[in-house]
Design a binder for this molecule. Structure first.
Ligand code: NAP
Length: 246
């Protein structure tokens, strides 16, 4: 389904991003696994993809760095000629109640989750406009839709991703580029493994389907949005959250 497509997945060294990379590769795409600090995780992801018959490469870049993102896109376009799919998945949390939240924690989350998404789109959009095609999928969160106590920085960043998605969808639609967001609920990854059992139990109580999501639940929707089956979908936010947002 994605043969001859080149996909860049940010933050693909672990968790949801790794599963997205794996799923796109299974569909036939050549996948570039972006990471920031976890080279071993990125190499492991590449190894898994190759062991399943897929093709992948790794690329280190801190997505919050505007110039580094420009250099990454230049390098990748030079190497592969085109980038057809961009998945903005890199993200962090620095949770705290507003009265205790440090300025640096607010800035760090906004810089990676929101500005990182701006940076990659900013530097790839010219190439996609030239190609007259492209699929951009941004990973938001149920927190960006509903809000979540203790996550002022994170919820603001993920709500920002939704505004960015809709605006990019409008700006790029005339050249056949679609831009959509996926908003996961609670998914079992490193990010949620830090939650206490009590918090996890309380979270499950808010999920109509009664369980945390699997990384594959998110990756399957991303693969659909990246495919030609989703050619007529743009500017949408798809909740994959067991029914939390309804
Ligand atoms: P994770 O396992 O902690 O993975 C986060 C990934 O982001 C890692 O690969 C990490 O790579 C990368 N990353 C962090 N900072 C980066 C930077 N500056 N530049 C490039 N990459 C960076 O978390 P996850 O749960 O899979 O989260 C993936 C995405 O889903 C995030 O956007 C998150 O907000 C969103 N999400 C998750 C949940 C959930 O419940 N898990 C729910 C809703 C939304 P390095 O280790 O190499 O830095």
């Amino acid at each position: 389904m994605l043969e001859n497509k080149v996909a860049l997945v940010t933050g693909a060294s672990s968790g949801i991003g790794r599963e997205i990379a794996r799923t796109l590769a299974k569909e036939g795409a050549f996948v570039i696994i972006n990471y920031n600090g976890s080279q071993a995780g990125a190499e492991e992801a590449k190894g898994i993809i190759e062991s399943e018959g897929g093709k992948a490469a790794v690329y280190q870049c801190n997505v919050s760095d505007f110039d580094a993102c420009e250099a990454m896109m230049k390098d990748l376009v030079k190497e592969y000629g085109h980038i057809d799919i961009l998945v903005n998945n890199a993200g962090i949390t620095r949770d705290n109640l507003i009265m205790k939240m440090k300025e640096e924690d607010f800035d760090a989350v906004l810089n990676i989750n929101l500005k990182g998404t701006f940076n990659t789109i900013r530097h790839l959009s010219r190439q996609m406009l030239k190609q007259r095609s492209g699929k951009i999928i941004n990973i938001s969160s149920v927190s960006g839709i509903l809000g979540n106590a203790g996550q002022a920085n994170y919820a603001a960043s993920k709500a920002g991703v939704i505004g960015l998605t809709k605006t990019m969808a409008r700006e790029l639609a005339s050249r056949g580029i679609t831009v959509n967001a996926v908003a996961p609920g609670f998914v079992d990854t490193k990010m949620t493994q830090v939650l206490s059992e009590d918090v996890k139990k309380a979270a499950c109580g808010q999920i109509p389907l009664g369980r945390f999501g699997k990384t594959s639940d998110i990756a399957n929707v991303v693969a659909f949005l990246a495919s030609e089956k989703a050619d007529y979908i743009t500017g949408q936010v798809i909740s994959v959250d067991g029914g939390m947002n309804m």
